[in-house]
Design a protein around this ligand. Structure first.
Ligand SMILES: Nc1ncnc2c1ncn2[C@@H]1O[C@H](COP(=O)(O)OS(=O)(=O)O)[C@@H](OP(=O)(O)O)[C@H]1O
Length: 400
């Protein structure tokens, strides 16, 4: 009798509609928590999830701040839609390395006026060192942060952003979107600070960064060699005359009142003496800068990418770079298309996206018309340096 009463009560309890609903809700909640957890784990291990605080700002979110916060907030940031890695993060600070006091402004000294070229969302913040955890991937994914094994060290306006964005398509490359400027401006922060900026990588993946000003920074070769003598160096070089005009165009876009290109080029217009203290001119003397690197690195450890070919045959140049990095040639012709409107090759699918992607509006600007006589004078000026550079690298870049 007692037994049947207990059974009856149990039966009534387990099949009461309220309890049933509560039970179902409980199961659904557990399932939801499980799915959420799995999703976080999955997101964190995806190789392409690179977010930095600058991107966070770009997309109008506070992703950057979240990444530095505690686990719960960090978890939320992972679940938010991933900001696309290319979205107008086209860096790139102006060149501070070749300075003279009178020319600070025109030499794009970041302290004089911080250009933050292309990196629109950084404008007006003043120069500051990137914050660890702010530039790299999600902080809790699998893998570990490593110092870069390969660095794009130059040259400014050579096509460095295009090369890095193209390389990021490769599953074995993880790169910092922002320019860390560690070996020129932030060296005192120490290697640990630098490593913290890097995205997490899995075994076999290569960590990369690009800071074009390294190529003209006197201390950079020794510093990089101290980090690791095995670091692979990549330099994107471009006709120094067009490079100088591109550099000037960038400065002009931010400071429309600067003197003309012509007047900045010459120390003395009548004698035709070139002002080599102007960074736009100085950077293009590639042979001189390369000499400094060769004191610390053998030629075989430096790859020169043609900025011109990166536009006319991106897959060809990318093939060379992948070989140099010891990677399988995964980035090929089929990754690119020529965008008529942009006038440049673009990616059919950018990293982590299924959409076509061209670089932003600050890459591929229209250059001002420069008087042909000035261009000719510059060609004459650079010719011997170019010849020396061809000789040193064993490669004729065809600028003359
Ligand atoms: N695919 C593609 N799309 C757009 N732009 C391309 C591309 N490939 C190379 N380039 C050239 O890259 C030049 C900018 O060079 P950088 O990225 O090295 O500039 S920066 O130093 O980082 O500011 C930029 O220079 P300008 O044309 O003078 O703007 C471009 O000519």
């Amino acid at each position: 009798m007692e037994y049947s009463l207990v059974c009856h009560n149990l039966y009534a309890f387990s099949f009461s509609p309220v309890k049933n609903k509560l039970f179902l809700l409980g199961i659904m909640f557990l399932l939801w928590v499980y799915m959420l957890y799995s999703c976080v784990g999955y997101c964190a291990t995806m190789p392409s999830l690179v977010v930095d605080n600058y991107r966070g700002k770009e997309t109008g979110s506070v992703v950057g701040k979240r990444i530095e916060n505690n686990g719960r907030v960090d978890l939320m940031s992972r679940l938010l839609p991933r900001p696309q890695p290319w979205v107008d993060i086209e860096s790139d600070y102006d060149e501070p390395s070749v300075r003279t006091s009178s020319r600070d402004l025109l030499n794009n000294d970041v302290d004089a006026y911080r250009g933050a070229e292309d990196w629109d969302e950084m404008r007006g913040e003043g120069q500051r060192a990137p914050e660890p955890g702010a530039m790299s991937s999600f902080s809790n994914g699998s893998g570990s942060k490593k110092l870069p094994q390969a660095i794009i060290i130059g040259v400014k306006k050579g096509g460095t952003r295009a090369l890095l964005e193209f390389l990021r398509v490769h599953p074995d490359i993880r790169a910092v979107g922002a320019e860390p400027h560690f070996f020129d401006r932030n060296y005192e922060n120490g290697l640990e600070w630098y490593r913290e900026l890097m995205p997490k990588t899995l075994e076999g993946q290569i960590t990369m960064e690009k800071t074009p000003s390294y190529f003209v920074t006197r201390e950079a070769p020794a510093r990089i060699s101290t980090m690791s003598r095995d670091t692979k160096l990549i330099v994107v070089v471009r006709d120094p005359v067009t490079r100088a005009i591109s550099d000037y165009t960038q400065t002009l876009s931010k400071n429309p009142d600067i003197p003309t290109f012509e007047s900045l080029t010459f120390k003395n217009r009548t004698t035709g003496l070139i002002d080599t203290s102007w960074s736009a001119i100085q950077i293009g003397i590639y042979a001189k800068h390369l000499d400094n690197w060769l004191q610390y690195f053998p030629m075989g450890q430096i790859l020169f990418v043609s900025g011109e070919r990166l536009i006319s045959d991106p897959a060809g140049e990318l093939g060379r770079v992948q070989d140099f990095l010891g990677l399988k040639r995964i980035i090929t012709d089929k990754h690119f298309y020529f965008n008529q409107t942009k006038g440049f090759p673009c990616l059919k699918k950018a990293e982590g996206s299924s959409k076509p992607h061209c670089l932003g509006k600050t890459k591929g600007r229209t250059h001002p018309n420069i008087h042909p006589e000035v261009v000719q004078r510059l060609r004459d000026f650079y010719r011997p340096f170019n010849m020396k550079f061809y000789q040193m690298t064993g490669h004729n870049f065809g600028w003359d």
